[in-house]
Design a protein. Structure first.
Length: 566
């Protein structure tokens, strides 16, 4: 393209009848006093718009006028012109053609800028005109520093010490006295991961040291050792968790990351003093907690309804059940599905069990008065879309959560009740006002974890007399007692007959009628109405369906049902 001609902007706008001669005179006088560009003065006084100026220049030079809001560019093309030059000359490279590049400028008549752009790009330039304000916003948007930030972060990561403990490396570098302890711990952790243990219990007894694993919710003895190794084992664990090794009279809590066979495992540790020495429990968090709802194995009906609930713009959703029933896993599955750049998600927990990228997580700390209630009040000033409250423990926390749900936030939390109808009564017992509960509570999920039969050794088996009697009482089951299965026990399932667990769920959505009953504070009527809606969809019904499908045993369904009845 030929070098553009210099244009007197004021004369051009008068010529195209976009402003009058009087308006031009006024603007020139203002320009003389302020020293600003004529075009800016004309726009600020409302004599003409930026688009009209750009259109006039485009018509005069016979070049296109582009609406940058409709333009999509590739970052590598834009960066042919450095950000400093783009801002200085108010220009942007939009397209690379065979022998030329397309450059949009706010003022294509700026001959000095045109020459500098040509020299830098070292190729022919085709010009277009763009609205000056839109061009400034476009430059802000496309010249982001994300790559530079990422590179700096990578460099910083390389400079910092990795805080994940490698037991193999530790054993190799420690003294001969400490090396056996490290080797024992490494073997212990590897075995726990291999058998899918969720917890390791290190318990000093009167005559020995007992180490137990919790697998699929049930404890079993992993090994028994000489009692005198207990203090050395606990001391090394406390060092790894950055706890006070001199303090043996008070409980302590800590956390550390562990690397085993190229896998990073999050370890939560709790110690308590007992009659025969300190006892420690370690919770192994192998997964990231970022699996979505589809991985929870909910029935199709429950999945559809729960997915609809968590995508509501506001309201309180409760997940209930005893400790170890998978409530946190369910909530984090919901968060994983909700976790998008458009949503601000905050959590307050005791402790933080899973670390999910993109989510802001707080751990309560009673020592500095960082309670659930205090964190929740602070959250409301952080412009959140979704709030996860680890547990509703007291009236103050419950009321803040309900008010947050009422004022445009989606609040997820847990509660310790046996079933869904009991949750509302529990909240009222905690002091939640009925009117607030009626307007805020959107839905309640109750859940349990049921052990699944080992696929390697499960086979049809006769029922015990108590199992047969229990099954006959369940008139809704419609089961043939002769078709039930049991696990015989094999090496695959560590001779337990079970391998893995599956959640069962009970979901109650709070509709207008239930909300009215809550508003009246009539928990008995609420329970009756809720039970009517749950016919055929209770936790017991779900457990029996798993028995019917051969996924679990009658004995396991009985065990879970006994927990519910309690």
């Amino acid at each position: 393209m030929a070098r553009p001609e210099k244009i007197r902007l004021g004369d051009l706008l008068v010529q195209q009848k976009l402003i009058s001669q009087e308006q031009l005179g006024t603007a020139l006088e203002k320009q003389r006093l302020s020293g600003r560009k004529l075009g800016r003065v004309l726009v600020e006084h409302g004599f003409v718009t930026e688009d009209e100026i750009s259109g006039a220049i485009a018509r005069q030079l016979n070049i296109p006028f582009l609406d940058l809001r409709q333009v999509h560019v590739r970052p590598e093309i834009v960066r042919l012109l450095p950000e400093q030059l783009a801002r200085r000359f108010r220009a942007i490279v939009l397209e690379q053609r065979e022998n030329t590049v397309l450059v949009a400028m706010a003022d294509p008549t700026d001959l000095f800028a045109f020459d500098e752009i040509i020299n830098h790009l070292n190729r022919e330039v085709e010009l277009a005109v763009a609205n000056e304000g839109a061009l400034a916003q476009f430059i802000d948007r496309v010249y982001r520093r994300t790559e530079e930030i990422s590179e700096l972060a990578r460099n910083l990561t390389d400079d910092l010490t990795d805080d994940v403990i490698d037991l193999g490396a530790l054993a190799a570098t420690h003294s001969a006295e400490e090396a056996p302890v490290m080797r024992l711990l490494q073997t212990l952790f590897e075995d726990a991961v291999q058998v899918r243990a969720s917890d390791i219990h290190v318990e000093p007894q009167e005559r020995n040291l007992q180490i137990r694993f919790r697998v699929d919710g049930v404890l079993s003895i992993a090994t028994e050792a000489d009692r005198k190794i207990g203090p050395a084992l606990i001391q090394r664990l406390k060092l790894m968790a950055d706890l006070d090794i001199a303090e043996k009279r008070l409980p302590q809590d800590g956390r550390f990351m562990l690397r085993l066979k190229q896998r990073a495992i999050d370890m939560r540790m709790s110690t308590v003093p007992t009659q025969f020495g300190e006892s420690a429990v370690l919770r192994l968090l192998v997964g990231s907690g970022s699996s979505g709802l589809a991985d929870l194995a909910m029935s199709a009906g429950h999945f559809e309804r729960f997915n609809r609930l968590i995508h509501r713009p506001h309201g309180l959703i409760l997940v209930t059940g005893p400790t170890g029933s998978g409530k946190t896993t369910t909530l984090y599955a919901a968060l994983a599905d909700l976790n998008t750049p458009e949503r601000k998600i905050l959590t307050v927990e005791d402790p933080v069990e899973y670390r999910l990228p993109g989510i802001n997580q707080i751990q309560v700390n009673d020592k500095i008065d960082l309670t659930f209630a205090r964190a929740l009040r602070a959250f409301l000033r952080q412009d959140p879309d979704v709030i996860l409250l680890g547990e509703m423990r007291d009236a103050e926390t419950a009321q803040i959560a309900l008010r947050a749900a009422l004022t445009g936030h989606l609040v997820l939390s847990t509660l310790h009740t046996n079933d869904t109808p009991s949750a509302a009564a529990r909240l009222m017992d905690m002091g939640a006002p009925p009117y607030l509960l009626a307007t805020s509570l959107a839905g309640i999920v109750a859940q349990r974890l049921v052990r699944k039969l080992c696929t390697a050794c499960a086979a049809p088996a006769e029922l015990e007399a108590n199992e047969l009697a229990w099954l006959r009482n369940e008139v809704l089951a419609g089961l043939d007692a002769g078709s039930t299965r049991k696990g015989k026990g094999c090496s695959h399932c560590n001779h337990t007959g079970y391998h893995g667990r599956q959640g069962i769920y009970e979901l109650l959505e709070v509709d207008a009628e239930l909300a009215t009953l809550l508003n009246r504070g009539d928990t008995s009527a609420f329970r009756l109405a809720a039970q009517q809606r749950l016919i055929g969809q209770t936790l017991r019904d779900e457990a029996l369906r798993l028995v019917s499908a051969g996924i679990t045993s009658v004995a396991e369904a009985m065990r879970v049902t006994h927990q519910i009845d309690e």
